[in-house]
Each structure stands twice: as C-alpha cells, then as structure tokens.
Unconditional design. Sequence first.
Length: 289
Amino acid sequence: MKKFDFRILSAGLGLALFFLLLGNSSGPAANGNYYTGAPTAGGGMESTCSTCHSSGSFGEPNIQVSFALDGEEPGLASGYLPGETYTVTVAIGHNETAPAGYGFQAQFLDTLERPATAGVLSMPSDNAQITPGNGDRVYAEHSTRSTDSTFTFQWTAPEEGSGPVNLYVVGNLVNGAQGTVGDNGSSSPTIVRLAEEQSTSVRALASIPFRLFPNPSTGPTTLQVIPRVAGTYDLRLRSLDGRVVRQERLQLNAGSHRLSLPTEGLVPGFYGVELSGQNSRLISKLILN
C-alpha cells in the first residue's frame, strides 16, 4: 500500500491558512470571520482582531465613532431617534508607529438576552462594505486594506420601542506584509451605548447655539451656550464608551453663558459633551491632548 505523504498535507494546510488570513484583507465577515467582541447569535462571545493580529509595534488601535443626521455636524452620541438614518464615521487611530493600512469591523445589536441586529446598515464608503453574517447578523467592515483610516456607512435606527442599542467596533493596524505578523488589532471592542430618544427633545436641542473652545484642549475648556428657556440643566462629560465621567447640575437663565467644563484629572482622549434640560439637549465632541 502506498504511504501517505504527511508533508504534502502539512504544506496544503499551511497554504490554505495563508490564503484564509490574507483573505481577511477583503473583510473578515466576507470570509465567515466575526471579530467584534460582541455576543454571538448562538451564545458566547466573538473574538477580536488581536486573536491573529497582535505582534506589531503600532500599539492598541484608537477608535473614534461619530454620528450625524442630514444637515448636522458629526459628533459623539448617547442616543438615537427611532427610524432616523445616521451617517456613522469610524476613525482608526494609532498611538505609536504609523501603520501601512487600516481595517475595522462593526455591528449594531439590541440589548435583549439573545441580542439581534438592530436597525439597517447601508451606503458604505469606497473602502468599506456591508456583509451578512450568521442568522440575522449584519456587519460593516473594510472592503480592502485601506490607507485611509476613516470609514463611513449609514445606519437606519430601529423602530420606536426597540430600546437601547449597542454598537460594537474593532480596528486593525497592519504593516501590509500579506499576513498577520507585525500587525495590531483591537484586544477588546469599543462599545457605544445608545439609548432610545424622544424625537421632540432631541430635535429641539439641535437648534441651540453653542461653541466649545479651545478644542482640542490641553487644559481648561469653555462651553459657550445660549439656552432659549431658563431652568435646570445637566452638564455631562462622557467617555467614548458612553460612561458619564463628570456631571454637574446647573441653574441657567435664557441667554448666553460661558461654562467651564470639569476636565481636571481626565486622561487624554475623546469625550462627549452633553447639556440637557427643559426639553432640549446638545451634544458635541471634545478632544483632550
């Protein structure tokens, strides 16, 4: 009987693995791989990009997510309007050496015991794509190794009564060497928690004039705001994952105010600035260096 040559099998498996890893440059979900760190459709948790990409010198990817409705400036968000369509921008940054390329993967899920896809994804930028996964899961992800660190797509929020939604995002910093060695992927997901909002309160807030300066800032920062109605307002600073890290309650008259933001002791990074009250609310983005 002719002996089987295990060297051929080993080489074949190695070649298949190489092309599998190389194939993720065209989007992990497009190859049946899901790395957002979110709960899986059948229970358990997805892994993250660092499962394969962890030996580089780029550092942990720095992920910033912003949302924008038509005609409005993009910014951090802590809530969504049911049925509205948002342009979502995912920016993948680096803390150390600049990489040769960037990638990402993201999905929106509801917060039920068995999470399901929340809303509808569409209209990806040229370097991104929308890819179906297992069951009802749908992913936004890179379509190629991108030299542009910014990816965009549209998200139509779910219908009224859907409740809170989580956006899970991971990023990848790659050296372009046609493999996974020397890259750095997210070791944990960035999770953006979005509460379901009432349309009237959010729409009213968009019209309140404000100015945030200096921004970026290395020290004290001022929010100039002109409330239209006197009353009690809550000023909050949120981290990128939606946590409230600073909070103050203020009594404001109608008219112009200059508010000193409570940024002392905060680490450098991206923060959401939120002022809410009297059926109104504004959200802006602050960068601390």
